[in-house]
Design a protein around this ligand. Structure first.
Ligand code: KG4
Ligand code: ZN
Length: 333
């Protein structure tokens, strides 16, 4: 079965062609970062307008790169939520219209479930049951995944998402947007132990996160120490990043031990952070736990993961109809 996947929940217009749920024939990502960069974050109305401009060329490119013709497409899947409503509507409505015009089955995919599915697009996949972390600009969620359809939410952030904390700290340091990749790059030259920022672990037994205290602590440090030089900023970046990584790593290993899982999979934009992946792998290996992290092109938002999730939904008859709509917030469990 050849599925056309479409993703437009935030600031990337994406289309992909995936065969039988696992084989990526093409995956096209049109990023809007250059437009939002100067505002220090995503401007929702601008994002919607840019999706409108990009959607048709991006889908055309995905079809031509996959070396198929329109008639080869058997089904369509698009992100239904969570995300920015105006942005979601563009991809979802395009996909719905495409499916209706061509009499194809259509699945409306949960973006968070799709991030977990990016783990199933790798050659080496985690075994069920496993612990999954979806860590991005909008979410820091830990799941106990027991099958292709069963995702038990074990914990989530009570305030900022980890990626959001990276973006906000980068903004405080006037480093640009998105903050994660910049912070990771400049942090490389510094010893993270030089400044100790707080690691909020919350009450014992909780798998929830809180990053707002860390963010405030960094803001206070910048203010009190009159941070201005690139060297000082790099030091803060390294120590801040280490604090985030420590919390994510500890909670993930605790979650795996709690559920007796030998595999942990991470996905979402922040899972592109190699310092995180390396530290998590090192700590987990000592506890005999294996770590699975997708290649960089599957970490952030992409449509291959949407097509992969859509494939299983379509096979199980979980279809969307013309009167179905997008949603901005949800949890999966
Ligand atoms: O999954 P994603 O592309 O979009 C959302 O669904 O949010 O994630 C974007 C987030 C941003 O906050 C960005 O700063 C963060 O992922 N990010 C990183 C890295 N690359 C992207 N955070 C830390 N280190 C990175 N290398
Ligand atoms: Zn995402």
């Amino acid at each position: 079965m050849i599925v056309l996947g479409i993703e437009s929940s935030c600031d990337e217009t994406c289309a992909a062609i995936v065969k039988d749920g696992t084989s990526i024939l093409s995956s096209v990502i049109a990023s809007q970062i250059d437009v939002h960069h100067k505002y220090g974050g995503v401007v929702p109305e601008l994002a919607s307008r840019m999706h409108v401009e990009a959607i048709t060329p991006v889908v055309d490119e995905a079809i031509s790169k996959a070396n198929i013709i329109l008639e080869d497409i058997d089904a369509v899947a698009a992100t239904r939520g969570p995300g920015l409503i105006g942005a979601l509507l563009v991809g979802f409505t395009f996909a719905k219209s495409f499916a209706w015009a061509r009499h194809l089955p259509f699945a409306g995919v949960n973006h968070l479930e799709a991030h977990i599915y990016s783990l199933f697009l790798m050659d080496s996949k985690p075994d069920f049951p496993f612990i999954a972390l979806v860590v991005s600009g909008g979410h820091t969620n830990i799941y106990h995944v027991t099958s292709y359809d069963n995702f038990e939410l074990m914990g989530q952030t009570r305030d900022d998402a980890a990626g959001e904390a990276f973006d906000k700290v980068a903004k405080m340091l006037e480093l640009g947007y998105p903050g994660g990749p910049i912070i990771e790059r400049i942090a490389k030259t510094k010893d993270p132990a030089v400044i100790t920022f707080p690691r909020t672990m919350l009450e014992k037994g909780s798998f929830d996160f809180s990053f707002s205290g860390l963010k405030s602590s960094v803001a206070r440090y910048i203010h009190d120490n009159h941070i201005v030089t690139a060297d000082e900023k790099a030091q803060i970046a390294a120590s801040f990043q280490e604090a985030v990584i420590d919390v994510l790593t500890q909670k993930l290993i605790l979650a795996a031990q709690h559920k007796n899982c030998r595999n942990i999979g991470i996905s979402g934009g922040v899972s592109a952070n190699k310092t995180f992946v390396n530290k998590l792998t090192q700590k987990a290996t000592s506890k005999k736990i294996d770590i699975f992290a997708p290649p960089i092109e599957l970490c952030g938002d992409n449509a291959a993961m949407i097509a992969a999730r859509g494939y299983t939904m379509i096979q199980q008859g979980q279809l969307c109809h013309l009167d179905h709509d997008v949603f901005s917030r949800t949890k999966i469990d």
